[in-house]
Design a protein around this ligand. Structure first.
Ligand SMILES: Nc1ncnc2c1ncn2[C@@H]1O[C@H](COP(=O)(O)OP(=O)(O)OP(=O)(O)O)[C@@H](O)[C@H]1O
Ligand code: SF4
Ligand SMILES: [Mg+2]
Length: 347
């Protein structure tokens, strides 16, 4: 029995991957007078992020461009070492992986990217891509027949049928949606526990986005995958994700079950995102950024709450102290990192 079928049998939603205090500062080159100063300057791409991915659940990570969503995914995939913070996979702390250890980790934690055309090699067929993934992860079987069966199973699982119609096609012979399904099949070739999907439908035609999201949801239910779903589109998070976390300028500012976060947003930034979403009932337009005003510099981010320069409710404390996540009692796990909800706050 594979671990996913074992999990499916047990029907649990336990924590699979957990990030605590995850932080990534990208160093940048010093210029001019900075050359004389001590210390390194950096882009504060991700700061102190706590995130939990559970078996059989989709967790959405929502935020505007540059808020750090992809960096979080790349940290979770171990494609970048973190500056600080810890990752635990299946309860065990993950130490920076290279070589064989990295391969063992990536078997369990797979990533899907925004652009399926860029992530598939144009000179190779579907068969080549999927065979390679199966072989790398030791799932190609012993005989040619085993391999053929595994390839058929993968394509069937992503609803590309009949499989023989697709196996010998090149990426350019497929539609965008079919290419993304092949990329998903390749990720499933590892039989992973976690799927990190970085804007998996934002480059697809609006008309086929729903089909690919429904496929991911079906895989979550059938294989009990823990899925991280990154998107600009908070409306699609409501439709597709069990839990939603909202990022602003490298920090998580709100989280909780998707229904509560999207229907009763507490953080002023989440409210702005929702107010500027084109149509809350249609999980379609992925590419609009919400809100007025500019996101802050991440090289020298604002002190205190990073949203304070744009926030209509900013108070003195917001300009000096970072708000911790305050629990709210209107939905499961709902919290907002905002001083409006701090102890003694009015309302
Ligand atoms: N390798 C890198 N070196 C330096 N800075 C980086 C690097 N990767 C990302 N950044 C910076 O980190 C910040 C967060 O980037 P990230 O790509 O994680 O944002 P995002 O939320 O995924 O944005 P988008 O929605 O546009 O994909 C940005 O300021 C970006 O310029
Ligand atoms: S902490 Fe202050 S500045 Fe930040 S969102 Fe809340 S009220 Fe606005
Ligand atoms: Mg990104």
């Amino acid at each position: 029995m594979t671990h996913s079928t074992a999990a499916a049998a047990s029907g649990t939603t336990e924590v699979v991957l957990e990030a605590s205090g995850l932080t990534k500062h990208f160093p940048i080159r010093k210029r001019g007078r900075e050359l004389l100063s001590r210390g390194t300057r950096g882009v504060h791409a991700v700061d102190d992020v706590d995130l939990v991915l559970r078996r059989g659940r989709v967790t959405a990570l929502v935020g505007e461009s540059g808020s750090g969503k992809s960096t979080v995914a790349r940290l979770l995939a171990q494609l970048h070492p973190q500056t600080s913070g810890t990752l635990r996979l299946g309860g065990e702390e993950v130490v920076v992986k290279r070589g064989r250890a990295f391969r063992a980790y990536s078997k369990r934690v797979q990533m899907i990217f925004q652009d399926p055309f860029a992530s598939l090699n144009p000179v190779h067929t579907v068969r080549y891509h999927l065979t390679r993934a199966l072989k790398i992860h030791g799932r190609a079987g012993k005989t040619a027949q085993d391999l053929e069966q595994a390839l058929t199973d993968l394509l069937t699982r992503v609803q590309l049928s009949p499989p023989e119609r697709y196996l010998d096609k090149f990426p350019h012979e497929l539609s965008g949606g079919q290419r993304q399904r092949v990329a998903i099949a390749r990720a499933l070739g590892a039989d992973p526990e976690v799927l990190l999907a970085d804007e998996p439908v934002s480059m697809l035609d609006v008309s086929i986005r729903l089909g690919v999201l429904n496929l991911l949801r079906d895989l979550k239910d059938r294989l009990l995958l823990a899925i991280l779903y990154i998107t600009h589109d908070i409306a699609s998070a409501r439709y597709f994700a069990d839990e939603t976390f909202v990022m602003y300028a490298g920090r998580v500012v709100e989280g909780g079950d998707s229904e509560t976060v999207t229907q009763h947003p507490a953080h002023p930034y989440t409210q702005l995102l929702i107010d500027s979403a084109p149509d809350p009932d249609r999980p379609a337009a992925e590419d609009k950024d919400g809100g007025s005003g500019e996101p802050p510099s991440l090289i020298d981010p604002p002190r205190g709450c990073r949203f304070n320069p744009r926030c209509p409710f900013a108070m003195d404390i917001c300009r000096t102290e970072v708000p911790p996540p305050f629990p709210l009692d209107d939905g499961p796990g709902h919290f907002a990192a905002c001083w409006l909800y701090g102890e003694g706050a009015a309302g």
